[in-house]
Design a protein around this ligand. Sequence first.
Ligand code: TRP
Ligand code: ZN
Length: 876
Amino acid sequence: MSTPQAIHLSDYRPPAYRVTHTELTFELDPSATRVKARLHLERHPEREAGEALELDGEQLTLKSIALDGQVLGEDEYRLTEQGLRIESVPASFLLDTEVEISPEENTALEGLYRSGGMFCTQCEAEGFRRITFYPDRPDVMATFSTTVVGDAASLPVLLSNGNPVERGELPNGRHFVTWEDPHPKPCYLFALVAGDLNKVEDRFTTMSGRDVTLQIWVEEENLGKTDHAMASLKRAMRWDEETYGREYDLDLFMIVAVNDFNMGAMENKGLNIFNSAAVLTHPDTATDAAFQRVEGIVAHEYFHNWSGNRVTCRDWFQLSLKEGFTVFRDQSFSADVNSAPVKRIEDVSFFRTAQFAEDAGPTAHPVRPDHYIEIGNFYTLTIYEKGAEIVRMLRNLVGWEAFRRGSDLYFSRFDGQAVTIEDFVTCMAEASGQNLDQFMLWYSQAGTPEIDAHGEYDYARAEYRLILRQRTPATPGQSDKQALHIPVRLGLVGTKSGRDLALTLDGESLGRDAVIHLREDEQEFVFTDLAEAPVPSLARGFSAPVKLNFPYSREDLAFLLANDSDGFNRWDAGQRLALLALDDLIAAHRNGVEKVMDNRVVDAFRTLLTSDTDDKAVLAEMLTLPSEAYIAEQQPLVDVDAIHAARQFVKQSLAVTLRDEFLAVYQANLDDVSYAPEPDQIAARSLKNVALSYLMSIEDEEGVALTQRQFEAEHNMTDVRHALTLLTHSSRDDLADPALKAFGQKWAHDPLVMDQWFSIQVSRPQADALERVKFLMDHPAFSLTNPNKVRALIGAFAQNRVNFHRLDGEGYKLLADVVIKLNRLNPEIAARLITPLTRWARYDETRQELMKAELERIRAEDLSPNVYEVVEKALA
Ligand code: TRP
Ligand code: ZN
């Protein structure tokens, strides 16, 4: 393959020709599907006459082509690897093409492909060019009329976007359905599904009285797993009306579950396509986390109907325009319908672990990148999650009311258009009257800003001086960074009263919880009239996506853990306290000295365990130690074994000292009410299961017995899976093996449960994890062409820190072998899978060399653009 070239934001031009209406006919066949397209084209008013027509097209076999009804001769157009070019066309014309494609050979899962016996599509970002010749870019928006023709017996259900307007029988046992989508859309939102599917149906009446039919289409065996997704959809529809004033705009909304899917789900207009793992649930097969994930993703895709579909992106550099805003919307929804503090804690822990690592690695990029080789590589935590944090900062900067006015303005001004991130921020600036110029830097500057904070209390003057210094580390291609506008929400907690003190800054009274604005490299804030010395509680609620360093003593942290009025920062103080203790233990492990447990952590845990809290969900979070991945993120150089040993030591020390307290918590939260995925139950289960983790960590008789009993009770998947994980991750194969065997046999028929079975065993800390991966790759339930299986087995193993980073390099080698195979089969998944290897700079020299050697081995292959881009950055 030739060296892939980068595309630059600065080269953006509107398309020379746009499509106003698209008529498609699909004659479905596994190996030879025919696609007829009639495009209504016209010259773009901003482009000159006489320019050539260029259409994207990949892996298409052209069968016929005609312009305004005239068949074109071979000298009147040109076919390339990238598409089709016609040198001279009129200002407005019809183009008819017919192509042949092979869905069954499509293992990349982009374009039209087969999943089991069904046909389905994935067009974002650039899959439509594998279906027909087309200007495959989001700023070309057309109405679509789609006729799907297929075998009536094997494909009784034929779906596409919009409304079904005609259906009928055809000769040779075939039938057809014609769909019309009245809303102009870019082709990345096109969808088609055909198969032997069953539906679950419900209704929703919108705020203006439109009666909408809701359908979830699944294979027969999954009919009992749709209730939660349907309930979530209705909640999301109501929430978007009440919160953003957004109403659904068609008479039909469909969701389809497919087993082979590269990502979570896709917001195609009127026909959302979901990874079955992101929509199907049942108490016996899905955990609380899975129920919540389904709720969030169903909402996310639904919310895209406005933030993404009605108003879409001008070009793919603007991807965060729809994704950042929509993630922010789904996070707010989940916070509103579940435990808001826990949702924030979960989102932030994930963000600080995974996005910070991305921002510090060789693939770091701005939320609005300025160039890319393969846009498929940019569906990242930075675009999605950091994009959402930026929108959250905007909301907090301008306040909800102005934010809502800005959102209304954005949707009305740009309805039916493809726009930019500036367009969005401009609406917020207009609605609030605030200047957001400096704020825009958040979109163009990569890397995680660090704030070094220092404070000093002057008793005589009753003043607290807070000095904040910001700097953003260099990232690839960006060495000089400017000061950002960083909102820092804070409180000053009085050391005597334990209460938030009244804040007075420059003579202005700010209340007891306020936002200060850091805009310079360094700024000093002097709070006056403070009768007692405070401990500052900074960046409350994670008010900006930054690393905030403050020289807290362990006493300060224990104090905040007990007294901070902000639940999020109370949790964070506990995490910081645990991290300080872990630092000592990591050093002790490395130096071969005896590990000693910090009593302040034990005391803090005892207080938590014996306190009378009504928020069990938050308590469960407080009792959870920082993950190995998060601890690693805090270390200058990652020592996987020391981190594992230190964390295990803390866990076991706590379990030994506080055994009775953990036991009491476990027992107090045991119950056998029938399962419901609702907040109170989820909270009790997570608290109970955190306690069980501690009890089982010392593997005494009682801990083992409780875990086995919970496993055998088969009450619900949350409890069963947790118990199975504890048994499998214990040092006792006599506990692990029978449990795994029983579980594997019981669920052999259910692919989504088998995914969990794969993940649990390959993430065990025991030394045989890698051998298990190899063994399981031959298991009948495993398949390299199914992304869920690859994630469950290979992806999960790559998160198994002690085993993936084995010193013999076998973990890296295994990953590279799979990447090399997937490079051809599924480039999007292959490129994602490399991520852990790209982080080589964080490890010791031996591991660095081993990891780089595997990257070099991948680089020597004939690479897809996706893998090429990631490997080149990783080795740059
Ligand atoms: N737009 C989808 C979302 O809701 C993301 C997505 C789904 C996607 N499938 C994809 C992106 C395939 C790239 C390729 O976030
Ligand atoms: Zn999305």
